[in-house]
Ligand binder design. Structure first.
Ligand code: NAI
Ligand code: MG
Length: 492
């Protein structure tokens, strides 16, 4: 509570404007001690006999033990998915499939508080983000694709769309439930069955989702969840019973998967890294742009593939933008993910914290100027202060490599041509942002930026109806929208 300055002759005046703690209740979700694998609609002990722990990155405390799926476990899961496919999931009337997707969407809405708390506990993201972004969007994806399930003939007229078969889906740790929704919803709408592997640091929301599948009475084997690490993912990729792989994660692993699948005829979509340009022109509404810059890089601790991690500011407004940005950074609250006032939560893992620390050190060594607002961090857990680098050269590692943390590199430009030249100077091409009051300039920029998604006077906006995906080393294939069905369909 703010301290009150109680002078006898005056009304009480707050002496400070500190926020009182506003913790979300942790007991809205019950976490099991152990989670086996979810195969064929049942909880199955791992044949590997191995288990691993998932921790709360804000406290470093273990939350639960999770089964490690070895080759035999992946094999059983693939058989279950094949059986469910043959048993008629894909031949069910499309309206029936839609019914299950609608049910899942509604149950996610009903249980959203429980899921939001679990997502923040297991992954470190602020509760206001899991509550206001991850959960509503995950439910929206199921609603959206439920709507397509019985309209595939209209979506792809005269092409006789039919399901690809069994989909192996591998997801990362930055938006665990949302990435599950992006993958599972279109796959089921198109009549496929699924084996999904969540990331090793954030498996719990996918495991709670198994409960939703049961509640929705989704037929056994239509969705199977196997937990494990990269080895489990690799088993899924190479298993001959899998017809299609959908992967979201690092460019390095994406490239390895593409090499492994070359010549197999297996379908593949890759959603990989990014190093997005967020471009501010001198005619932009600067206060609004600063909000967009902050949202672009500090949202979800910067663990965002489409994060606006390279800020390009037109030289004439550089001083103004930096002054406003630094002032705004001073108001960001870093700390307990379950506190409703927290803006920046915990870094997802020790490994990710080490990677961010290493790249920030490289930025300082290469000669960039670092700024971090004064900030008190909790003693335990993995944390990183929101950081901005100025005086950055295009060649520096912090301007080239994906940091995947709350670290912004600022560069400048004079003309629109120069902005395009610099923005496109990256091996990635997932997203970009443009801030200007001129509609014509937005269109001019959008035509020239080599990025899958371009936001104008906003950033990090998502909608299930809008396709998302990359150019170049950011991957291929689209998720979301009607386009997002195509990877899960074969055509005549
Ligand atoms: P990662 O690519 O290793 O992990 C992503 C998923 O792939 C996880 O489920 C993991 O278990 C699985 N996986 C790992 N190796 C595999 C293999 N050989 N075959 C099949 N599946 C495999 O990413 P990681 O190590 O967690 O993060 C490293 C860096 O990758 C981050 O610092 C960040 O820069 C980038 N990254 C980008 C993401 C994005 O959305 N674009 C998401 C996660 C990480
Ligand atoms: Mg965890």
């Amino acid at each position: 509570m703010a301290e009150l300055d109680r002078k006898p002759d005056r009304a009480p005046v707050p002496a400070g404007w500190d926020y009182a703690p506003a913790p979300e209740a942790r007991d809205v979700v019950s976490i099991q001690e152990r989670y086996p694998l979810f195969i064929g609609g049942e909880w199955v002990e791992p044949r590997s006999g191995e288990w691993f722990a998932t921790v709360d990155p804000a406290s470093e405390e273990p939350l639960a033990e999770v089964a490690f799926a070895g080759p035999d476990d992946v094999d059983v899961a693939v058989q279950a998915a094949r059986t469910a496919l043959a048993d008629g999931w894909s031949n069910r009337s499309p309206a029936e499939r839609a019914k299950y997707l609608f049910r899942i969407a509604r149950i996610l809405q009903e249980r959203s508080r429980e899921f939001a708390v679990l997502e923040s506990l297991d992954g470190g993201k602020p509760i206001k983000e899991s509550r206001d972004v991850d959960l509503p969007l995950a439910a929206a994806h199921f609603f959206y694709y439920a709507g397509w399930a019985d309209k595939l003939e209209y979506a792809f007229p005269n092409r006789s769309p039919r399901p690809v078969g069994v989909a192996g889906q591998i997801i990362p740790w930055n938006f665990p439930l949302l990435m599950l929704a992006w993958k599972v919803a279109p796959a089921l709408a198109a009549g496929n069955t699924v084996i999904l592997k969540p990331a090793e640091t954030t498996p719990l929301s996918a495991l709670l989702f198994c409960d939703v599948l049961r509640q929705a009475e989704v037929p056994p084997g239509v969705v199977n969840i196997v937990t494990g690490d990269g080895r489990t993912g690799a088993e899924l990729v190479t298993h001959p019973g899998v017809d299609k792989i959908a992967f979201t994660g690092s460019t390095e692993v994406g490239k390895a998967i593409q090499r492994q699948l070359a010549g197999t005829g297996k379908r593949l979509t890759l959603e990989l890294g990014g190093k997005a340009a967020n471009i501010v022109f001198d005619d932009a509404a600067l206060d609004q742009a600063v909000e967009g810059i902050v949202n672009g890089i500090y949202f979800n601790q910067g663990h965002v593939c489409c994060a606006g991690s390279r800020l390009f500011v037109q030289e004439s407004v550089y001083d103004d933008v930096l002054r406003k940005l630094k002032r705004r950074m001073g108001t960001l609250r870093v700390g307990d993910p379950l506190d409703k006032n927290t803006d920046v939560g915990a870094i997802n893992s020790r490994q990710q914290l080490d990677k961010i620390t290493e790249l920030v050190r490289a930025g300082e060594e290469e000669g960039a100027d670092i700024y971090q607002p004064p900030c008190r961090l909790p003693e335990k857990g993995y944390w990183f202060v929101p950081t901005v680098f100025t005086n950055v050269a295009q060649s520096y590692r912090i301007a080239q490599e994906e940091i995947f943390g709350p670290v912004l590199s600022v560069l400048t430009f004079r003309t629109p041509d120069e902005a395009i030249e610099k923005a496109n100077n990256t091996p990635y091409g997932l997203s970009a942002g443009v801030w200007t009051e001129k509609g014509s300039r937005i269109l001019w920029m959008a035509q020239r930026l080599r990025a899958g998604v371009i936001w104008a006077n906003t950033y990090n906006r998502f909608d299930p109806a809008s396709p998302f995906g990359g150019y170049k080393e950011s991957g291929f294939g689209r998720e979301g929208g009607r386009h997002g069905l195509e990877p899960y369909l074969d055509f005549e």
